[in-house]
Design a protein around this ligand. Structure first.
Ligand code: SAM
Length: 234
């Protein structure tokens, strides 16, 4: 993608540019935050991943935007052969560290992936499970990025997308860095041609908004997760 021209039409309105988005995303969750401290490491896998993987037979898995790797390490401990990718080199180094500590280093591979510029997370490879949690990208780029991620799912395999639902912005629980970043299940289905209007290669196994209690700023609040699980038919 040509970043210098992509958002020309938007100059002057509130849409962030790709460069601004990358800066905002990595400032919040990238190298600046991951460097120097283990504080962000809870080691706990995402609840939605644990729930959605419970009925699957371990095989090959790709975790996109893995962060410090709690999900990737957990999947490896469950017997999955895992590839974990992220834009943050510092985060990837932490994943390697945590995988070694958990004794699953041999079941985990790492890769660099920038959703804003790379067409696919891992060229030329398909996985039984592709999971992406809390990767909130600019709305104009959403379909392209998530289609690229979905292209890594093998026939018969699953795509699991977990995200913060826009309810959390409306209720004031979250303040994302730009408008339209949080998304509902419909945005995923539309982007992948998995909605009713366009019968495609995907079987929709889960498309839901699920509530969860979380401590935000020292206060227990109810937050809303977008959870989409698709199975590739062809
Ligand atoms: C909110 S964190 C979620 C991390 C992890 N999936 C989890 O659930 O704990 C967002 C992750 O997306 C990564 N990220 C941000 N921008 C990205 C980009 N352009 N390409 C790939 N990953 C990106 C960040 O480095 C960070 O690890």
């Amino acid at each position: 993608m040509n970043q210098s021209t992509h958002h020309h039409d938007h100059s002057g309105d509130a849409e962030p540019t790709l460069a601004e988005m990358r800066e905002a995303l990595t400032a919040g969750f990238g190298d600046a935050r991951y460097a120097g401290s283990d504080r962000v490491w809870s080691g706990r896998a995402n609840q939605r991943l644990v729930e959605q993987v419970a009925d699957l037979t371990p095989g090959t898995a790709l975790e996109v935007a893995c962060g410090e790797g709690a999900d990737a390490v957990w999947l490896a401990t469950q017997g999955w052969q895992v590839t974990a990718v992220d834009v943050s080199e510092v985060a990837l180094a932490k994943v390697a560290e945590h995988a070694e500590e958990a004794g699953v280093g041999e079941r985990l591979r790492l890769g660099f992936y920038d959703a804003l510029t790379d067409e696919r997370p891992v060229p030329r490879k398909r996985f039984d499970l592709v999971t992406v949690s809390f990767l909130h990208v600019p709305e104009p780029d959403f379909a392209r990025i998530y289609a690229g991620i979905a292209s890594a799912v093998a026939v018969g395999g699953r795509l699991l997308v977990t995200a913060h639902h826009p309810h959390d912005v409306e209720s004031g629980v979250r303040r994302p860095h730009g408008p339209g970043l949080l998304f509902d299940p419909a945005r995923v289905l539309t982007a992948l041609g998995a909605d009713d209007a366009q019968p495609g290669p995907w079987e929709v196994e889960v498309a839901a908004v699920q509530e969860r209690e979380q401590v935000v700023g020292g206060e227990a609040v109810v937050v809303h997760d977008t959870v989409v699980r698709l199975r590739r038919r062809a």
